[in-house]
Design a protein around this ligand. Structure first.
Ligand SMILES: NC(=O)C1=CN([C@@H]2O[C@H](COP(=O)(O)OP(=O)(O)OC[C@H]3O[C@@H](n4cnc5c(N)ncnc54)[C@H](OP(=O)(O)O)[C@@H]3O)[C@@H](O)[C@H]2O)C=CC1
Ligand SMILES: O=C(O)C1=N[C@H](C(=O)O)C[C@H](O)C1
Length: 268
C-alpha cells in the first residue's frame, strides 16, 4: 500500500521539488497540493508546476481538498505552518515540517502538537546534514572544550531567515554536547572593535548570494590546526527526497514529536 501524501505551499521552490519527488517515489502516492488563496498558481496541474508534465491533479486553495492524505508536507512559512498544524490536528493527519525560522517558544508549541498527531520537525531533511549533526557531537565531545567554534552558512538571495535553521541546529547540537546554553553563548556576526574572542562563544556567520542551494561549515579551530566539517547541497531534490523518507516513516508512527534523526535511525 502506498502512503498518500499532499504538499502544502506546493508552488514554492521546495514545493515544486516535493511534487516531483512524490511522483517519482515508488511507495508514495501524491494526492494533492495547496497554494494560498491569492496565489497566481490556483487550479494549475501539479505536474506542470513541477516541470514534469501533466499528472491530472490540480492545486487547490482549500485544505479540505487534501483530506485523502495520510501525511502532509510543509515547507512554507512560520505563519502557514501553524495553520497547517491546527488543521492536521483537527483532521488527525501526520505532518512533516521542513519550514525554518521558528523561535524557541514556537518549537515548544509545535512539540505540543506531538501529543495529538505524529509530527516530524526537521530544519534539514538531507541525509548528509543529519550525519553532520552526529559528527558535530563526536567532534565537540573530543575537542570542543578547547577549540574556537564557529558556524558558517550560505544560501540563495531569496532566503528569508538567518541564520539558517540548519546552522541553528548545528549550534544547538554543539552547545548541548558541551553543556553550554546556546542563548547565552551564541554570537551572531561581528562588527567594529569586538575585543578578543571569548573562548566559550559559538559564532554564526551568514552569506546570502545568488542561487546557493545551501552550504554549512562548522569550524573547530585551535592554534596550529583547525578542523572544518562541511556539507554542501547542490540540488533541492536532496531535501525533497529526505522529506519523502520522513513522510513514509511517519505514516507508521504513533502521535509524537520527532526529528530527522528518528527517521534515519540515528537516535538508536
Ligand atoms: N528542511 C529543509 O531541508 C529545508 C527547509 N527549507 C525551508 O522551507 C521553507 C520554504 O522554502 P522555499 O521553498 O525556498 O520558499 P518559497 O518562498 O519558495 O516557498 C514557500 C511556499 O509557501 C507558501 N506560503 C507562504 N506563506 C503562506 C501562507 N501564509 N499560507 C499559504 N502558503 C504560504 C508560499 O506561497 P506564495 O508563493 O504564494 O507566497 C510558497 O509557495 C523555508 O522556511 C526554508 O528555510 C528549504 C529548503 C530545505
Ligand atoms: O531556505 C533554504 O533554501 C534552506 N533552508 C534550510 C535551513 O534554513 O537550514 C535548509 C537548507 O539549507 C535550505
Amino acid at each position: 500500500m502506498k502512503v498518500k501524501v499532499a504538499i502544502l505551499g506546493c508552488s514554492g521552490r521546495m514545493g515544486r521539488n516535493l511534487i516531483q519527488a512524490a511522483v517519482e517515489h515508488q511507495s508514495i502516492e501524491l494526492v494533492g497540493g495547496s497554494v494560498r488563496a491569492n496565489s497566481s498558481f490556483v487550479n494549475v496541474d501539479l505536474g506542470e508546476l513541477a516541470g514534469i508534465g501533466k499528472i491530472g491533479q490540480q492545486t487547490s486553495t482549500e485544505l479540505e481538498s487534501l483530506l485523502a492524505a495520510d501525511v502532509l508536507i510543509d515547507f512554507t512559512s512560520i505563519e502557514a505552518t501553524f495553520e497547517h498544524l491546527a488543521w492536521c490536528k483537527k483532521h488527525n493527519k501526520a505532518l512533516v515540517i521542513g519550514t525554518t525560522g521558528f523561535n524557541e517558544q514556537q518549537i515548544t508549541d509545535i512539540q505540543a502538537y506531538g501529543e495529538s498527531i505524529p509530527v516530524v520537525l526537521a530544519p534539514n531533511t538531507s541525509v548528509g546534514v543529519n550525519l553532520l549533526f552526529k559528527l558535530l557531537e563526536v567532534t565537540a565531545k573530543a575537542i570542543g572544550d578547547y577549540t574556537d567554534i564557529e558556524i558558517f552558512e550560505a544560501h540563495h538571495r531569496f532566503k528569508k531567515d538567518a541564520p539558517s535553521g540548519t546552522a541553528m541546529k548545528m549550534g544547538q547540537v554543539i552547545a548541548d554536547t558541551l553543556g553550554r546554553d546556546l542563548t547565552k553563548v551564541a554570537v551572531y556576526g561581528r562588527e567594529g572593535i569586538t575585543g578578543e574572542r571569548d573562548k566559550d562563544t559559538i559564532g554564526f556567520a551568514t552569506v546570502r548570494a545568488g542561487d546557493i542551494v545551501g552550504e554549512h561549515t562548522a569550524f573547530f579551530a585551535d592554534l596550529g590546526e583547525r578542523l572544518e566539517i562541511t556539507h554542501k547541497a547542490t540540488s533541492r531534490m536532496t531535501f525533497a527526497l529526505g522529506a519523502m523518507r520522513a513522510a513514509f516513516w511517519l505514516s507508521n508512527a504513533d502521535s509524537g514529536f520527532y526529528d530527522m534523526q528518528d527517521v534515519l535511525g540515528l537516535n538508536d
